[in-house]
Design a protein around this ligand. Sequence first.
Ligand SMILES: [Zn+2]
Length: 795
Amino acid sequence: MRSILLLAAVLPLAAQDPAALWKAVLQPAFDPDKAAPVQNLSLTRDRLRLTLTQGTIQFTTPQNGLVFGAAFEGRGRLQLQPPAGPESQQLRLFTGKDVLDAEFTEAVFHFGDATYDQLASQLRFGPAPGPRLARLYQDRRQEHEDLGDALAPRLFKSLLSADRKRTAFFAAEVKTSNHGWIEVQLDSLEHEELRAGRWAAPLSGTGKHLDTWLNFPAGDRPPAEVFRQPLAKEDFLIRDYRIEANVAQSAELRATARVNLQFQAPGERVLLFELDSNLRIESVKDGERALPFFQSRDPKGRDRPSGDYVAVVLPDPSQPGQTLSLDFVYAGKHVIHKVGAGNYFCQSYGWYPTRPESFAARAGFHLVFRHPKDYTLVATGNKISQSADGKVILTEWKSDLPLAVAGFAFGDFKLYSEKAGAISVDVYANRRPDDSMASIASDDGFGPPTGQLPALGSLSPSALAKTMGIEVANTLRLFERYFGPYPYKSLAVTNIPFSYGQGWPGLLYLSALSFLDSTQRNTLGITHHTQITDFFRAHEASHQWWGHRVGWKSYHDQWLSEGFAQFSGNLYVLFRKGEKEFVTRLREDRQELLSRDQRNRVYESIGPIWMGRRLASSDSPRAYSNIVYNKGGLVLYMLQSLLADPRAQPPDARFMALMQEFCQTYHNQPASTEDFQKMAEKHMLPHMDLDGNGRLDWFFRQYVYSTGLPRYEFRYSVQPAGDKQWKVTGSLLPREVPPGWKDVLRLYLHASGKVARIGWLRASDQELPFEFNLPMKPDKLSLNANEETLADIKQ
Ligand SMILES: [Zn+2]
């Protein structure tokens, strides 16, 4: 009944012309008679308090009775007290203070909630003093559009929603003397409704970055609780896609994407999607009915922020359980890039309409491609048909399992296939090098082109196709042993320009650099051979498990994808290259983690692994990768080491059982850090139970949820104790150990050129003495012989 009443209350909205309302949001008109002097007017939203001490406020012209914006000048104060813990630590990092408390002189407000009614009842309106406040609001609006953010569609959605409580939205931008424009918002459609931060220019580089100072749930709910059902706040779930795409030799992509969705929420008229704005939408239809839609502006291929939002307006409000098929028709030239003879780079993100956070969701994909017959196309899913129509080839791909994402690659490929058990590993390698490789081959970089560098030989990725097939197949074999079954039937591997990689379900995009042989790498002065070959391929291949077989519930859990992939890359190096290279790799990861950012702060101190993508800021652009990847990988390795039993066969049996059960339990579903901790506790060994409660809270609290690494000093002496016995006495002393910290460290015995793992020693913020007998005289005792703890140990 409740929803019917709500719908009745806003029925006049149905009469609103969506295009007029959209224009009003994008280029708002201010009401010349809706200005008012203010004095000590305050507005409270959860932990946020705004006080307009003295000044003038003016509002936007109502749209069908709704006022959605205001601008203010005068004196005001913004106060926001974050919850204790990582949030206040983040705020301190950006502002040096534990509480956000700032005076401001100008402000603009955007609201899709009851803000106007609240304020209006306390104001006496009169004529505006001039156009300044209207201009202030419009300038901020323009700046946001230029930054490519999605404030306009979000506001638009609230204005057309019949459930104004569910979609309530409030945002304030205030101009401060210390930090410039600060932005705060309360968005009821987010799991962590409160957010504060600002757009900041990086110390080096161009553009602006949105630094998130604070982001936490309203009502003091714990983040783990609000993300337990990561899709609970979605208006709708996408059940499946059918995408028909034409890929042209000119690199133009033209597609019709049918999105079959099912509503969860009542009363919604605006559906929000993301699509690369280089792809321009021609129509969105529900059957034969064309729907109004609004898209971020066209960047026209230029490298500048433009946003990637799409807002589609339904004629009637949504009803839970109702299904809908939307057909998006769109085309554009800058999503596939021609990068050399027969070389095309196909962007993995943004080529079809998606929802943000798609890694917590899964949808079926049925893809149909048409492309010129001189080229080959490979896509996610199983190829279910191929036919030719004159100069065009048509292929059809279908996924067995619902997937988080889909992608494709296209070019003049040579195909090489290899088997890893029942899995077919198919390498699609370009026959000719891409432009950047070709320029390396013909130019030494210090003058006019000199022709071929003789030592380089062929830089065509296809020259290494067989090696790639064998190596990638090896990674799958190892990961199946450790993590359980590979989730798909085949894995396609293709080269891309640039120096990165991306693992999509059943489809790996690997940097062309990883298709070079060792002679070529040497000639090009590349020194980190293992990192760009064995490690890199294995990291990307392992995303088939980390990200795809097991997704993540929220950005707090991104390390379950990237940290676990980093771990997997290193694990493969151990098996492929041996212990020495493996330990070297771990040390490289650790060194990066302990290196310093542009403000001379140790990366590790910037924030916990749990902070996820928020770690990347204008001051610390590499904090995300150094912490989520490197520290995340090292933390999983610590856990592997704690679970290793040298007497078991294999010594990693327990760790393998943990990882396999984790993959099986969360098969094709998202998992959280808390879910993983519970699984680890199920498999833990008695020596790990430092709190005596069967839990690993100490481990996760120290290494995942907080920052800081302890330093211990290891001291011991050995005395003969008669009867072929030697007595070892010593202690672990705390040196710079945070209060309450604890660890358990593996003890190694070195004798006659051999190293043996002989037991465990506890360490804490107190000195812990130990004493035991050995049946032989050791050459040396040591801790951390294989970098298996992040603790720093002086010995
Ligand atoms: Zn990765």
